[in-house]
Design a protein around this ligand. Structure first.
Ligand SMILES: O=C(O)c1ccccc1NCC(=O)[C@H](O)[C@H](O)COP(=O)(O)O
Length: 232
């Protein structure tokens, strides 16, 4: 993924046909199905296969796993047939490459950010992962490593090499996504809790508000970049 690609908007942790349909109707570019057993958004592979059938060809289907082996990932892909793998654990660059090889799919690697030093990881995964997702680090005692609805300090990203493209997540919602896109200038955005009314319970209205707000802010960002390029 580069900054030149269209701006993907991903709705993560969908688990019902109704909320999935709302994400598709809103125009989400990617939807995430969560296979971490401790998550309130967990879906069984069988249930996910049904949701994936509903979504196939209409959006990018992302299978989110935490510290899977290449064999586990390949077995999941056989059942669900997603378009992407999202790795949200402590996978090393070598493990990312092994899962990519075992599944034959593009891989999004999530990296937790709390301090400027955390951004050093981005260069290590660039060129190995097909997309990087910067997310807030989970609270210390958290039972699962993502989906906590808390942002990290967006100003940290100002120190990152602009050539290293990434998607942004962590505490985004319909009210703040426009500001986040303006400050961080990511290549795309991802949300889970911010479009829910309770952990794991997605809200159809908030999904469409989020996609609308993110799309408008991404267009403004693109217009601004074109204007600056024209002036150069
Ligand atoms: O969402 C979860 O429950 C989850 C569990 C285990 C690993 C990752 C998880 N979510 C990852 C995502 O892609 C979320 O969209 C991302 O962390 C942002 O979440 P939120 O701050 O709730 O929008």
């Amino acid at each position: 993924m580069t900054h030149g690609d269209a701006f993907p908007i991903k709705i993560c942790g969908l688990s019902t046909p109704e909320t999935l349909e709302a994400a598709l109707a809103a125009g989400a570019d990617m939807i995430g199905l969560n296979f971490h057993p401790k998550s309130p958004r967990y879906v069984t592979p069988q249930r996910a296969a049904e949701l994936a059938d509903q979504a196939r060809g209409r959006t990018g289907i992302v299978a989110l796993v935490v510290d899977y082996t290449p064999e586990q990932a390949a077995e999941l892909v056989r059942i669900v047939r997603p378009d992407w793998m999202q790795l949200h654990g402590k996978e090393t660059p070598e493990q990312v490459a092994a899962i990519k090889a075992a599944t034959g799919l593009p891989v999004m690697k999530a990296l937790g950010v709390a301090t400027a030093a955390d951004l050093d990881q981005v260069a290590l995964y660039h060129g190995v992962a097909d997309a990087i997702l910067l997310d807030a680090k989970p609270p210390k005692d958290a039972a699962y490593p993502g989906g906590h609805g808390k942002p990290f300090d967006w100003n940290l990203v100002a120190g990152l090499d602009p050539a290293l493209a990434f998607m942004l997540s962590g505490g985004l919602d319909p009210a703040n996504v426009s500001q986040a896109i303006g400050v961080v200038r990511p290549a795309g955005v991802d949300v889970s809790s911010g479009v829910e009314r309770a952990p794991g319970v997605k809200d159809i209205g908030r999904i469409s508000e989020f996609v609308r707000a993110a799309r408008a802010a991404a267009k403004a960002l693109n217009d601004d970049q074109l204007k600056k390029a024209g002036q150069a």
